[in-house]
Write a protein that binds this ligand. Structure first.
Ligand code: RRO
Length: 318
């Protein structure tokens, strides 16, 4: 009755709701559960050239308004996910490979390997905040430019990039120009808000172990930052590059806000980890209810439709 789908780089995602790379998408069993859920696509945990154990535990904590993590890229390695790709696709929905690297030089070979498998889209994760001693690549625009050019050259599949939150319009302008110039097919914004610290007052310790307790913040805390980044890139890219919004999606109303800001699809991280694969059916139903309230036939009708708030009329002294 309502069209909840979208098309990104020629790939139909229906509904426009999927998991975010990160929670519950590392093992074949987790990925199969996602493929059998009501999500519009399956996104893998970020894969690296070699398998990784990740950082020492405890490395994740749920919080009243979200989550903090410093997982450190635990994954089975790109070869394992390439092997899974055909089997997962056979379950009937698009599969998106998230690809990352510890050393920047490992990114392009990992992308080339993933592109040789049956993935529909490749999402280059250039925004992992949790690798001790390694800065977030996408905060260095020159390094980002180099990697995007090299990745584009080896990747014949649609190639997107997952970006960190930016807090300054000038940074968003530079990155948007680069995305256009390098022919990137879609962007995913935002990764977790990096280097947050949550303190357990009673024990006078951080909640997680790695990096002295510093980790990426997700969930409700970050939604306004995510919406602002979606909006800024939507304006700067003029709708030319589709945007997948992520950060604080718990309800259909949250999804509608991301669509209004300019996202064509959304990903769900913290809430998916807390609620499991059944969340996708609930979110699809809730998004349909919002469309009904707004008398829209399709999710696409909301994309970018955010209106400016008129300035309040000045009240003159009597
Ligand atoms: O594995 C992680 O620590 C992690 C990654 Br790769 C990422 O991109 N974002 C995040 O919050 N955690």
């Amino acid at each position: 009755m309502f069209d909840l789908g979208t098309t990104i780089a020629g790939v139909r995602l229906d509904p426009c709701i999927m998991n975010a790379s990160g929670p519950l998408c590392t093992t074949f069993a987790e990925l199969t559960d996602l493929a059998r859920s009501a999500a519009g696509a399956v996104v893998t945990k970020s894969m690296t050239l070699a398998p990784r154990q990740g950082n020492p535990e405890p490395r994740y904590a749920d919080l009243p308004q979200g989550s903090i993590n410093a997982m450190g890229l635990p994954n089975l390695g790109v070869d394992a996910y390439c092997e899974f790709s055909e089997l997962l696709r056979a379950l009937g929905k698009p599969v998106i490979a998230s690809v990352a690297a510890v050393e920047p030089g490992e990114l392009v070979p990992a992308i080339a390997r993933a592109a040789s498998a049956a993935f529909d889209l490749i999402e280059a994760n250039l925004s992992c905040p949790n690798l001790p001693g390694h800065p977030i690549i996408a905060y260095d625009v020159d390094a980002l430019a180099r990697l995007l050019r090299e990745a584009r050259a080896v990747c014949h599949r649609p190639l997107g990039v997952k970006l960190p939150p930016y807090f300054d319009r000038v940074h968003q302008e530079r990155v948007a120009a680069l995305l256009r110039e390098t022919g990137i097919d879609f962007i995913t914004v935002i990764n977790s808000v990096p280097n947050a610290l949550v303190i357990d007052l009673e024990h006078e310790r951080p909640l997680i172990h790695p990096k002295g307790g510093f980790g990426g913040l997700g969930g409700a805390f970050v939604k306004p930052i995510a919406l602002a980044n979606v909006r800024a890139f939507y304006e700067l890219l003029d709708g030319a590059i589709p945007i997948i919004g992520v950060g604080g999606v718990y309800t259909g109303r949250d999804i509608a806000e991301f669509l209004l800001a300019g996202a064509s699809a959304v990903q769900v991280g913290t809430a998916y980890r807390q609620e499991g694969p059944a969340i996708f059916a609930r979110l699809a139903q809730e998004l349909a209810s919002v469309l009904a309230e707004k008398r829209c036939a399709a999710a696409a009708d909301l994309v970018g439709r955010l209106q400016p708030l008129p300035a309040a009329a000045e009240t003159l002294p009597a």
